[in-house]
Design a protein around this ligand. Structure first.
Ligand code: NAD
Length: 253
């Protein structure tokens, strides 16, 4: 797929990797529907997309709410008149050990709220957006569509992340399911699993902690949002790619 003039929905576009993906795609001439929870963040991303030479619009929606997602895709199609791609990027963490055992007793457990919050956004949100995007692409009769799910290095199982690892493993699996189900309509799918990427969250870490993270990466440097954006673009632009997950992690996995 040539991204020029293609309509692509990017969730969680208000910050971090989502903003990086949206602006990179805008730089290739794509028309971006930027989705997030916060209007100010969205406005900044729209401005960045326009500065990169693309067209963008902001949409406030919670990807975990079915009614939000349905009306989001109705609005995108009404506004742009087309839909060619979706990047399922919105995600949260609520870390905690499954059980914490100290001095002969269980002192804490991962709560059902911690579990459910992450499953709602990182898994149900991806399901809902993927479902609505595929439905709209079929109704519009697109010649080629692409759906990419942002997974994580945590799909291999990360300490303190039962909820997050389960969801990130599942979204890579869903990309495989959708590849099989949607290939007949020339809708391709894929996943990208970032390792440790240089976003605001990491910039805010103590220098020693950040350095430990860097040294754990075989390439001894953090990834940049553009590495992830380029991986997502590779999936869009490569018409024989479908269903697989790209580990973009400097060798960590
Ligand atoms: P971030 O917190 O900077 O940005 C995530 C964005 O998603 C935020 O703008 C947030 O408001 C939005 N969001 C959260 N819940 C939402 C909801 N219910 N509906 C709509 N928008 C919602 O995070 P990031 O570091 O840019 O991560 C982006 C994606 O990449 C996430 O899925 C994350 O799990 C994944 N990831 C990030 C890294 C990393 O190193 N940064 C590594 C692996 C995977």
């Amino acid at each position: 797929m040539d991204l020029n003039q293609k309509v692509v929905v990017v969730t969680g576009a208000g910050r971090g990797l989502g903003r990086g993906i949206a602006t990179y795609f805008a730089g290739k001439g794509a028309r971006i529907a930027c989705v997030d929870l916060n209007q100010e963040d969205l406005d900044a991303t729209v401005a960045a997309c326009e500065a990169a030479g693309g067209e963008a619009r902001a949409y406030l929606a919670n990807v975990a709410r079915e009614e939000d997602v349905e009306s989001l895709f109705n609005s995108v199609v009404a506004d742009f008149g087309a839909l060619h791609g979706l990047v399922n990027n919105a995600g949260i963490t609520r870390d905690g050990l499954l059980v914490k055992y100290k001095d002969g007793e269980v002192v804490s457990k991962m709560s059902l709220q911690q579990w459910q919050a992450v499953i709602d956004v990182n898994l149900t949100g991806v399901f809902l957006c993927g479902r609505e995007a595929a439905a709209k692409m079929l109704e519009l009769g697109v010649e080629e569509g692409v759906i990419v799910n942002i997974s994580s290095l945590a799909r291999q199982g990360s300490f303190g992340q039962s909820n997050y690892s389960a969801a990130k493993s599942a979204v890579a699996a869903m990309a495989e399911v959708w590849a099989k189900e949607l290939a007949r309509y020339n809708i391709r799918t894929g996943a990208v699993a970032p390792g440790t990427i240089n976003t605001d969250m990491l910039a805010a870490m103590k220098p020693e902690a950040r350095e430990r993270l860097v040294q754990a990466v075989p390439l001894h440097r953090l990834g940049e949002p553009e590495h992830i954006a380029r991986s997502v673009a590779f999936i869009f632009e490569t018409d024989y790619f479908t269903g697989r997950c790209i580990d973009m992690d400097g060798g960590l996995r």
